[in-house]
Design a protein around this ligand. Sequence first.
Ligand SMILES: [Cu+2]
Length: 150
Amino acid sequence: MTESERKHLIFGGEPGVMLSAGGVVMVLVVTTVAMAFGILLALRLGGTLNTPEVVRVRLGSDGFTPETVQIQSGRPVEIWVFRKDAVPCTGSVVLENLGIIKALAPRKATMVAFTPKHQGDYTLRCGMGCRKAILKVRDEEVVVLPVFFE
Ligand SMILES: [Cu+2]
């Protein structure tokens, strides 16, 4: 048996050797790319859940703007409530389900921070209870469009 015939028996010939070497490189590249995506995804998910979601609402004698906000369960949220005017109605906000009461200074934003644990609708209302906004707590991640203060 010649050297060439022996190689052919072991490796299935030269083209076969080249093909499987290319295959190995391809598998390595695919594995590396997949691992990199996995790491990035883990970082993104972890980062998203630990970073507070920031929500801005306004409260005036005309009520809350917006009146409905969707937030994510299990993620800390910072609700910045901007008090537009100095009427007594807007002097404080109450988060009924959580027993949170916050005094508001006129024409300033005050932060109400908490972590909603479960899905459900939470009521954010003025101290008197005549103006209401609904915080819809859902499991899915939401993109919150900012509300700009005038
Ligand atoms: Cu009120």
